[in-house]
Write a protein that binds this ligand. Sequence first.
Ligand code: ADP
Length: 211
Amino acid sequence: MVNKIDLTERQSKIMDIVKENGPISGEDIASRLNLSRAALRPYLGALTMAGLLEARPRVGYYYAGKNSNSLMSSNLRRIKAKEIKGLPVVVKEDTSVHDAIVLLFLEDVGTLFIVEEGGFLAGIVSRKDFLKSCMGGADLQKMPVGVIMTRMPNVICVEPEDSVLEVAMKIMEYQIDSLPVVRKEKEGLKVVGRVTKTNLTRLLVELGGEA
Ligand code: ADP
């Protein structure tokens, strides 16, 4: 079954014990498996993180009763943009298109964010924008990126606390590769990160291999 998360043998045993006996203390689970509490801890940590087990102080561990499908969807709602974001690569609006393209290669990214003094978002420029500018025959050393960027308020952003589901939905809806992660301040939108299709794919791989 494609959407069923595979558990290791030890994790499956723990799940069986908890399903049958929960709520059950960590010590009890450890003694049933002939393990020390310390050796068991990482397994319990992973199962709780994955949402398969829940833990309550003084109550113990119990089965969260979720199948892997609702588990995936609750993960996508629970995990925040700030947990998967990377560093933004930014330039000023008066940077030449030539220098911006050099930076794109140096930083190995597909999109640059254009910022004003203080790191506030002014626009975004992608590979296609650069290709278009190259076809026009203009002097790329002289042309500023500000001329070719997608400008605020038309830039689609997310905030650090937004869920990764929201990130994925915006990327799909607007057919773009990346979103600036911004914090609202009174002077504007402060750029604090970048989320891309690659970040989302990496998360998928992590969630798929977690259990
Ligand atoms: P690529 O150029 O590599 O296909 P995108 O699909 O991300 O990259 O960009 C396509 C167009 O959408 C470009 O004109 C770009 O300026 C614009 N764009 C990219 N990201 C955003 C965003 N977050 N908000 C608004 N427009 C964007």
